[in-house]
Design a protein around this ligand. Structure first.
Ligand code: AMP
Length: 292
């Protein structure tokens, strides 16, 4: 059994579950508050706090984990990233109050007090600027710190920016960009005996399965009957993975069926252009998994 540490609550929890479900590794928990769940196959989920996942994976309590890159970087543990999962997108940012005249990180005065729950990343950021600041460690709600006089600026996670705005704060610099990642201990990638080899293979298969789901989310599968005479133009509209698949239609002649994988972002245009080329029976579907 391989143990995969997943966030038990918060922004990443639902998306991590959805990803496993979509990959065919359904999370089968005995109840809402279960601490473990079967994922099918050789995998078992451990539900823990997202903050603890880097430690658990680095210490070998879990064989792999899903958590934010911000937390992995802050932990300073040696972990390998197998896959960027592309959800939980946010940035660790420096913010000052609307009233302050600080417009960039190098305008922050020497000795300024910085409230954050990311002390290591914050320290590294200001060391990089060769600016000595005083850290004010908090465990959450850093936004309040400048308003109650315990800090001059904050370093906190920002996604849409609405929390900062509501709290009268303005973003002035980015410390780190983050998304959720699939991580393993550094040794997991260099197996030395057969048990580790099997584990390495299982983790590679898991990573490939999750990657196929992520890749598929950005694509659509298009099928259409198009006039044979316009195939060259259809090829330009539907490049597909290796060009569209072209299939003869029984009783056809003037029409052929084309199938292609197309970026979801351009599907609206592609359908309109197919229609303009005389396509009929256009069908667009989502793809569950895509392994090129
Ligand atoms: P927003 O108002 O959308 O900018 O979100 C900011 C708030 O949500 C802050 O309190 C952050 O700590 C939290 N937050 C935003 N994105 C994430 C994330 N990916 N992981 C954890 N916390 C986040």
């Amino acid at each position: 059994m391989l143990r995969i540490a997943l966030p038990n609550k918060g922004r990443l929890a639902d998306e991590a579950r959805d990803l496993f479900n979509d990959a065919g590794l359904e999370v089968r928990a005995r109840g809402d508050r279960a601490l473990t769940a079967s994922l099918g196959g050789e995998f078992q989920a451990l539900f823990v706090r997202a903050q603890d996942i880097p430690e658990f994976v680095a210490d070998g309590a879990a064989d792999a984990g899903i958590t934010g890159w911000d937390l992995v970087a802050e932990s300073c543990r040696s972990l390998d990233v197998l896959l960027d999962l592309e959800f939980g997108r946010c940035r660790l940012a420096v913010a000052a109050t609307e009233e302050s005249r600080i417009a960039s990180a190098d305008q922050i005065p020497v000795g300024a007090r910085v409230a954050t729950s990311f002390p290591r990343l914050t320290r590294r950021f200001f060391d990089g600027l060769e600016r000595r600041v005083e850290l004010v460690p908090v465990t959450g709600a850093a936004e309040i710190a400048p308003h109650i006089g315990i800090a001059d600026v904050i370093v906190d996670l920002v996604s849409t920016g609405s929390t900062l705005r509501v709290n009268g704060l303005r973003e002035i610099a980015t410390v780190l960009e983050s998304t959720a990642r699939l991580v393993v201990a550094q040794t997991a990638g260099s197996p030395t005996h057969s048990a580790d080899k099997a584990k390495g293979r299982a983790l590679d298969e898991l990573s490939a399965a999750l990657e196929s789901v992520i890749r598929a989310r950005g694509k659509r599968y298009v099928m259409a009957n198009v006039p044979r005479a316009r195939l060259d133009e259809v090829r330009r509209v539907l490049p597909g993975l290796n060009g569209p698949t072209v299939v003869d239609i029984m009783n056809g002649g003037t029409f052929v069926a084309v199938h292609a994988v197309t970026p979801a972002t351009t599907i609206y245009r592609a359908v309109a252009e197919l229609k303009a080329l005389g396509a009929e029976g256009i069908l667009v579907t989502r793809i569950e998994r895509l392994m090129p």
